[in-house]
Design a protein around this ligand. Structure first.
Ligand code: FMN
Length: 265
């Protein structure tokens, strides 16, 4: 176990920690004063991820994402961060391919809330998904009220994990915004716009150490009534979000040749 004091961190300019964080199989335990880890990650890991806006908050996310890949839990205090890392692959920072492969539908959540900023940031990033005519024909409702979460769980046929999650996001196809494209816009584009944004959300949340499941089995009119949706707003997906309390194994996948066709069907 290696513990770096703040002074040591400053002296070493964090190079050892950075090297290990960014890639070498190693076990590190470090008690690091926040500013030094910030400096460290900024200087050495900027090629692996965009850390230009690194702040105490994003450091929290960063450590959470490391947590997902580590065998030992990290503990984060307001000013002092203690990270115990079992680096097991060349890239500790979650990259896109890794995020896509590792994401799982999670249906059990820890009993703790998450920063509002994290949800807002995920929703902001979700809005960068492509959309037909760039009309961005999808909206999101963020639900925190226990009563509403329970009502949504019931409208989803009693999928109780919907109520268990501290935050539930409902993705809504906005049929008014896509009006320009007529029936195809309403029947297809608004749904596709919503789905693309939802997939963004799943990946972003996962990369930040959060988990969710895309819940599509629900009674639409009940959900519309619970959320007070106008006629032009169609609920598409319910996403219960929280810190994962389970680690599901990957599901079976079709063999490549079964879903990829050469030239013609
Ligand atoms: C359109 C859609 C609807 C889904 N509806 C539900 C649902 O109602 N309840 C549920 O538990 N999971 C639901 N899922 C999650 C799938 O069961 C899950 O994505 C699939 O089994 C693959 O597992 P993975 O996400 O862990 O890779 C849905 C997924 C999609 C894309």
């Amino acid at each position: 176990m290696t513990v770096f004091s703040a002074t040591e961190m400053q002296a070493r300019k964090s190079s050892i920690v950075c090297k290990r964080l960014s890639g070498f199989p190693a076990t590190i335990s470090a008690a690091i004063e926040l500013p030094y880890l910030l400096a460290a990650t900024k200087s050495s890991l900027s090629t692996a991820t965009d850390l230009s806006t690194l702040s105490a908050f994003s450091l929290f996310e960063y450590v959470s994402s490391i947590r997902q890949r580590t065998s030992t839990a990290s503990r984060i205090a307001p000013e002092i961060i203690k990270v115990r890392i079992q680096a097991d692959s060349p890239a500790v920072l979650m990259e896109l391919e890794q995020a896509i492969r590792d994401r799982r539908s999670v249906r059990a959540f820890e009993d703790r809330d998450m920063p509002h900023e994290l949800i807002d940031k995920a929703l902001e990033l979700a809005s960068w998904a492509p959309s037909a005519g760039n009309l961005q024909s999808r909206d999101f409702i963020v639900v925190r009220s226990a009563e509403t979460r329970e009502a949504l769980a019931s409208a989803a046929g009693g999928q109780d994990f919907v109520a268990q999650a501290p935050v539930v996001i409902v993705a809504i196809a906005n049929l008014e915004r896509v009006m320009h494209y007529g029936k195809r816009g309403r029947d297809l584009y608004a749904i596709q716009d919503s789905a693309a944004a939802v997939q963004n959300l799943l990946l972003i949340l996962h990369s930040k150490g959060l988990a969710t499941t895309w819940v599509g089995a629900f009674n639409e009119s009940q959900v519309s009534q619970i959320l007070g949706l106008p006629g032009h707003a169609r609920p598409v997906a319910i996403l219960p979000i929280g810190y994962p309390a389970e680690t599901p194994a990957p599901r079976d996948h079709l063999p490549f040749g079964e879903y990829v066709h050469d030239e013609k069907w």
